[in-house]
Design a protein. Sequence first.
Length: 152
Amino acid sequence: MDDDRFLHLAIEKSRESVSLGGFPVGVIVARNGKVIGSGTSDGEKSHDPAGHAEMRAIRETCKKLKSNQLKDAVLYSSLEPCMMCYSASIWAAISRIVYACGRDRVSADYYEGKHNFVSLNKSARKPLELLHISELEEKALKIITEWENKNT
């Protein structure tokens, strides 16, 4: 199944993010069974509060395709996206978000409050399809936990 394959790639991207000195999140953007973009986190390194892996993947993919619309694209993230990244996905016309590790498994500090995109999505004009593949949660969480152990 493509969802599992692309989510595994996103989890590997999270490991790459850590090796580059970023936060342990990785993203793959796919359309029609092909990877069209990817992103790692660099917010801390670049002093950019919007330097999340999802934001970087959306920006780079739009730039590469010379379009601000990623219709029919799916965003695969190793960690449940924050509100900012969810909103950017809506503005980019991404059709689905698939993630491995849910926000309830990590520090609440990573989400700046109790807001969550799952509840907001229900009231959106054009809701995204959201899919949490919990079978890959432990694999994604392991990378986050290793990063936390080295950085706290």
